[in-house]
Design a protein around this ligand. Structure first.
Ligand code: NAD
Ligand code: WQD
Length: 342
């Protein structure tokens, strides 16, 4: 069976994707520098799958070390590139770190893929490339206009998409699938892997679960004066396991020679928008736990509402994100309880 190189595979989405790949029989080599994850994730993956993926603790920006990885695993047939720095706020404070890490690692990877004749890459992109779509572009599809990035992080995603397109134009052998994720949430149903935010969580769900667990005093809901039904922002919250399964579909499509063009783009979302207050209310209903929260002012940089039109991924990849929100929130809480027991 084919071997897949999963960069950033010790992270939130990468670890869930590694589980799904291995359960489909793929061999996996994870490359991760553990800058935002820990080695214990390997135990979680092994406990779920029954075997350990190959793991190389390497920085994707380290050309020589990455060259050795490709030489050590000559059967690599595709790469899924998750490795990146992903905190929007941090990217505003430390833009050079984000440009070096996120763009440098992709360039190194593409150079080595060419050297080692690895022709397939799946790239982790983000709905952030759409900015705030116009009302007539909601739900947002892949043809919606790319808007000026609101953060250096978002800009690295846009630049990386362009780098891949330019490299594909220069190298007819390269196949790429750009996956634009909406808002991944939840954890594996086993509660053996999940999101491991270091420090104070910036994202909604880990802050919700940490507040419910008593780690945080209260959840601040950033604004209820938006032009939405309940005044809070709307997002497309997709179950991380459904998201992981889309990566298996993308790899199968490329390895099966089914790519319709050198570079394909897919929005990965549920197609339904949920407000912050709906998430809060559903979490409380599902778990029965107290969740102290307070409505405060808007967070700078937040867009009002965005959710996906996932039709292309549904039809072309044969993939659907259909896990009920209630089950996703229950999985997030089960994971938080597992963390609290440790
Ligand atoms: P994460 O931080 O949990 O995982 C990223 C992993 O990459 C971490 O394990 C980190 O140690 C590793 N890493 C970072 N830089 C590296 C480097 N130079 N070399 C080797 N390893 C490196 O993040 P995630 O939430 O799993 O996101 C994975 C990808 O998906 C990222 O590219 C992110 O931009 C993208 N994405 C995430 C979201 C989200 O909401 N989580 C949404 C859209 C896109
Ligand atoms: C969701 C909603 C907040 C925390 C970010 C990145 C995006 C992608 C996913 C990488 C918003 C509200 C949040 C809190 C709150 N990451 N919120 N209180 O901002 O949609 O997207 O993560 O690619 O690029 O921008 O996700 O989870 O931070 O916020 O009210 O304590 O929850 O205002 O409306 P976001 P988020």
């Amino acid at each position: 069976m084919s071997r897949i190189l999963v960069t950033g595979g010790m992270g939130y989405i990468g670890s869930h994707t590694t589980v799904e790949l291995m359960q489909q029989g793929y061999k996996v080599t994870i490359v991760d520098n553990l800058s935002n994850s820990n080695i214990g994730v390997l135990d979680g993956i092994q406990a779920i799958v029954g075997e350990r993926p190959d793991f190389e603790q390497v920085d994707c920006n380290d050309y020589e070390a990455m060259d050795r990885v490709f030489s050590t695993y000559p059967d690599i047939e595709a790469v899924i590139h998750f490795a990146a720095s992903k905190a929007v706020g941090e990217s505003v404070e430390k833009p050079l770190l984000y440009y070096r890490n996120n763009i440098g690692s992709l360039i190194t990877l593409l150079e080595l893929m060419k050297k080692h004749a690895v022709r397939n890459i799946v790239f982790s992109s983000s709905c952030t490339v759409y900015g705030q779509p116009d009302a007539d572009h909601l739900p947002v599809n892949e043809d919606a206009p790319i808007q000026k990035a609101l953060s250096p992080y978002g800009n690295t995603k846009q630049i990386n998409e362009e780098i891949i397109r330019d490299e594909a134009h220069a190298d007819a052998d390269l196949r790429a699938i750009l996956l634009r994720y909406f808002n991944p949430i939840g954890a594996h149903p086993s509660a053996l892997i999940g999101e491991l935010p270091l420090g104070v969580p910036q994202n909604l769900l880990p802050f919700v679960t940490q507040t419910a667990a008593g780690i945080r005093k209260e959840l601040k809901v950033f604004g209820d004066d938006y032009n939405t039904p309940d005044g809070s922002c709307i997002r497309d919250y997709i179950y991380v396991v459904d998201l992981a399964k889309a990566h298996v579909k993308a790899v199968e499509r490329m390895l099966g020679g089914k790519s319709a063009e050198q570079v394909e783009v897919f929005n990965l979302g549920t197609g339904r928008g949920l407000s912050v207050l709906e998430i809060v209310r559903t979490f409380i209903e599902v778990t029965g736990v107290k969740l102290p929260y307070q409505i405060v002012g808007r967070r700078e940089g937040d867009i009002e509402q965005v959710w996906a039109d996932p039709k292309r991924a549904n039809e072309v990849l044969g993939w659907h994100a259909d896990t009920p929100t209630e089950d996703i929130l229950a999985s997030a809480w089960k994971w938080q309880c597992h963390l609290s027991e440790q």
